[in-house]
Design a protein around this ligand. Structure first.
Ligand code: IPM
Ligand code: MG
Length: 359
């Protein structure tokens, strides 16, 4: 029996999680896997009920589960709150408290969505399939000190970019292992021409590279990488980078696949539970309209089946069902190019569920 904490969060979070629950139930039946789904509050939903973005109880619930499926948090309703009470704190606290230091973001363009990519075919090349490994619990997000100082004549705000040897080492090992199991190429992205943290980053990556002679390593500055992602994305297999660079580059990379709504992610650490979430946000502007794309979350569940439960076959079937829905011409509102039929969030869930049953 696998225990899953379900944290829908805010905005379209509940809608996309609902569809993913349909998928998990279908997988349970088909593969005779037992899943126990337990609901938890986080983000604005938690602020409204408990006054804080993440309660001790929700954190304890997550810790005793085998995996966490997370929707999205945030919205204009909570934008005025002080930083420690903002909905985003929920996901940041979960990542930090659970030691989820490696965030895997696969960037995959399904063949049938080629025309939906804003990049011309000649730049995409034969196939777009790479993985961003983003360090998730260090850097600017968590470095101390951080704050804002107001004196009579000056206002000064500051964040600290900081990395320890160990923080770089563990995520680098994970990236090399991952590259070894893919096409064997690793691009480490930094800003070593300017930043001290990046110089340490590069030297640790070079040191660890000697353990992986079968992986081809190259280094790239982050500004160049943001350009290469558009000019020649096909050159990448695995990109390894620090927290803030990874946040930015993964949003940029996501549009290559047609829509940010398509992309899943897995956040891993040294021990369970791991956390799975789509990379998009809570999209308050389309709440309740049926326009949300559930595929990023459904594919996150597929990653959960693979990484947390070692159910490779079930994971593959979910991915194939998604691909079949797209190949048949079904699209959500965010990807209308090449659509035979634009369907709602729940219709897309139903279609994928049906294909899982029949595959
Ligand atoms: C992401 C998001 C988060 C981040 C926000 C919601 C705190 O943008 O997962 O990429 O910055 O990490
Ligand atoms: Mg982001």
């Amino acid at each position: 029996m696998h225990k899953i904490a379900l944290i829908p969060g805010d905005g379209i979070g509940p809608e996309i999680i609902n569809e993913t629950v349909k998928i998990l139930k279908a997988v349970e039946k088909k593969f005779k896997i037992q899943l126990q789904l337990i609901d938890g509050f986080a983000g604005g939903a938690s602020i409204d009920t408990y006054g804080v973005p993440l309660t001790e109880e929700t954190l304890a619930l997550c810790k005793e589960c085998d995996a966490i499926l997370f929707g999205a948090v945030g919205g204009p309703k909570w934008d005025h709150l002080p930083k420690e009470l903002r909905p985003e704190q929920a996901i940041l606290l979960l990542r930090k408290s659970l030691g989820l230091y490696a965030n895997l973001r696969p960037i995959l363009l399904f063949d049938t969505l080629n025309d939906a990519s804003p990049i011309k075919q000649e730049f995409i090349g034969d196939k777009l399939d790479f993985l961003i490994v983003r360090e998730l619990t260090g850097g600017l997000y968590f470095g101390k000190p951080k704050g804002i100082e107001k004196t009579q004549d000056k206002i000064r705000a500051f964040d600290t970019m900081e990395y320890t040897y160990e923080e770089i080492e563990r995520v680098t090992h994970l990236a090399f292992e991952t590259a070894r199991n893919r096409r064997g190429c690793l691009t480490s992205v930094d800003k070593a021409n300017v930043l001290e943290t990046s110089r340490l980053w590069r030297s640790v990556v070079c040191e660890i590279a000697t353990d992986y002679p079968d992986v081809k390593l190259n280094h790239m500055y982050v500004d160049n990488c943001s350009m290469q992602l558009i000019l020649n994305p096909g050159q990448f297999d695995v990109i390894l980078t620090e927290n803030t660079f990874g946040d930015i580059l993964s949003d940029e990379a996501s549009v290559l696949t047609g829509s940010i709504g398509m992309l899943p992610s897995a956040s891993l650490g040294d021990e369970k539970p791991y956390l799975y979430e789509p990379i998009h946000g809570s999209a308050p502007d389309i709440v309740g309209t049926g326009k949300a794309n559930p595929i990023g979350t459904i594919l996150s569940a597929a990653m959960m089946l693979e990484y947390s439960f070692r159910e490779k076959e079930a994971s593959t079937v979910v991915k194939k069902a998604v691909e079949k829905a797209l190949n048949e011409g079904y699209r959500t509102y965010d990807i209308q190019v090449g659509a035979k039929k634009v369907v709602s969030t729940s219709q897309m869930g139903d279609i994928i569920e049906k294909y899982i049953k029949n595959l």
